[in-house]
Ligand binder design. Sequence first.
Ligand code: ACM
Ligand code: ZN
Length: 554
Amino acid sequence: MKKLLFITICLAAACSLHAKKAEPSIDVIPQPESISIQKGTFKVKGAGFNYDSTLDPATVQFIAKLADDIYVGCGRPSSLAEAAGVNSGTPIEALKGVYFFKDATMEPEEYKIEINNRAAKIVASDHNGFLYAIFTFRQLLPVELWTGKTAAAVNWSIPCCVIKDKPRFKYRGLELDCARHFYNVDQVKRLLDLAAMYKLNRFHWHLTEDQGWRIEIKKYPALTEVGAFRSGTQQTYDKTKNDGKRYGGYYTQDQIREVVAYAADLGITVIPELDLPGHMLAAMASYPWLGCTGGPYQVWTRWGVSDQVLCVGKESTFKFLFDVLDEMCELFPSEYIHIGGDECPKTEWSKCPACQAKIAELGLKDGDGATKEQRLQNYVTKRVQDYLAGKGRKVIGWDEILEGELSEGATVMSWRGTKGGIKAANAGFDVIMTPTTYCYLDYKQGTRPEDDAMGAGYPSKSNYDARNLYGFEPLEGLSNAAAAHIMGVQGNMWTEYIRNDTELYYMLIPRLQALSEVQWCQPKARNYGRFESKMLRHEKIMDTLGYNYRPISE
Ligand code: ACM
Ligand code: ZN
C-alpha cells in the first residue's frame, strides 16, 4: 500500500513537472506562419495602447476597440494615444505597453507581433496587416474578451512570443447566395465580422438569380418591384411542390453602399455577381422582352437550372446589361465584377430566330469541342468583358466561360472540380479555386441527425465536412508557372436549403475556419489534429459571439 502511495506521489510530481514544462498553447486560426514562444507573460491589464500617427482612421478604430474590450474585460482602464518619440525601429526592450507601428518595407497583409513581459510591438504596412495582427492578438487573449463583460478573476496575460505571419493566397473569398434566401444587411454584416476574424478578404455577393433579384437598379424599377419576390418556395427535395407563400426582399442602393463600406473597414472587398446569361428568370419576369420568347415568365419557385435564359440575339438585352452594370460599378469599387456564366442551357438559343441570326452574323460554327451556341456565350462574355474594361474593371466568371474561346484578361472561378481551373491556369488565365467537392459549404457535412434535417444542406453523396475541406491542396496538379495564376480559394454558400442564420452558421462553422487555413497557410503550417484541438477553443468564442456551429467532435 505504501509502495502504491509512493508511486502515485511520484506520478503526480512527474505530471506537474510536465505541466510546468508544457508550452502555453496558442490557438490562433488561421495558423500563423511562425510562432516562437518565449519565457514569461505580458499582462494586458491597464496597458497603454499607442499607435503611429500615420495609421489611417479605420485602423485606429480597431486598435481603440481592442483597447476598449481589454479595458472592459479586465475592469481596468487602458489608455490610447499616438506614439511619441518611438517608431518601428525602436527595440521592444525600450517600450512599455502595446505599440502599433507602420513598417513600409513589409508586404501587403503581412504583420509581426513581438511580445515580452513589458510590451507588445506590432508592425505592418497596411490596414489589413494591422487588422490581422489585431485579430491574432485578440485570439491570444482569454475567451472572455468577446463577452463584453468584466471578468476580473481571469488571467489577462499573453505568453511572450514572436509571431510572423503573411498569407499564402491574396484572394481569400466567401460567397453568399442572397437570392435563393435573402439575408438582410445586419445578417450580412454579422457574416462579414466572422469572415474578417478568420482573415478572409473577399465577399462574393450573389445578388441575382432565377428565384430573386436583390439589388435596386434605378433605371429598371420592376427588377425589385417584381423580380425581388416569388410566389412560393420549394421546401423539400421535391421540385414539384412549393409552400405557396410570397417570399423576397432586396437591398436599396444606400444599403449596398453601407455594406461595401462596412466590409472595407474589415479589409474585405465586395465583389458583386450579375449572373448572366443564365439564372436570369427574375429579371425576365420583370422585363419579359429580355427572353427569347417574350414570356410571360415567373420568378422561379423551385430550385435547379432553368432553360429560360436571356435572349442575346437582341441589342436591347445588351443595353439592359450595360445599364445595370453602370449602376453596379457606381456602387462597388472592386477591381473585379463577377458575371456568372454558369449553367446556361442553350435550348432556347437553338430555336430563337434572333439568337440564330446573331450566330449567322458572327459566322459561329460547331466544332473544335464547342457548339455554335457555346460560342454565342463566348461572344456575350467578351462583350460584357469589353464593356467593363472600358470602365477599368475586370471580370470573373464560372468555369463554363472556358467552353469555346475565352478572351484574355478574364479570371476563371473553377467550381466543377479543379479541372477547369487547371486548364485555365495552363492557358495563362488567372483562377480562383472553389471546387464543389471541397468548397461547397451548402453540401451536407455528414450523417448526424442535424445534417440530415431539411434545411441543413444540399444532398450529397459524401461527407463534405471540415476535415474534407482541410485536405484541399489548391495547387495540386499545377506546374510552378501555372500555380502563379491561382489567385486563391473561395468557399461558396448557396442557400436553397439554408433559410436562416441558425442553418447558415451550422453549415459554415467549422468549415469557415478550415477554409481559412487552406487560404492563408503554407502547406507546412497545416495540421488537422492541431486544427481540431484549436477549434475547441474557437467553439467557445463562437458560443460567446452567439454563432451556431457544427461541433468539430461529438
Ligand atoms: C454554380 O454552383 N452553379 C456555380
Ligand atoms: Zn434569343
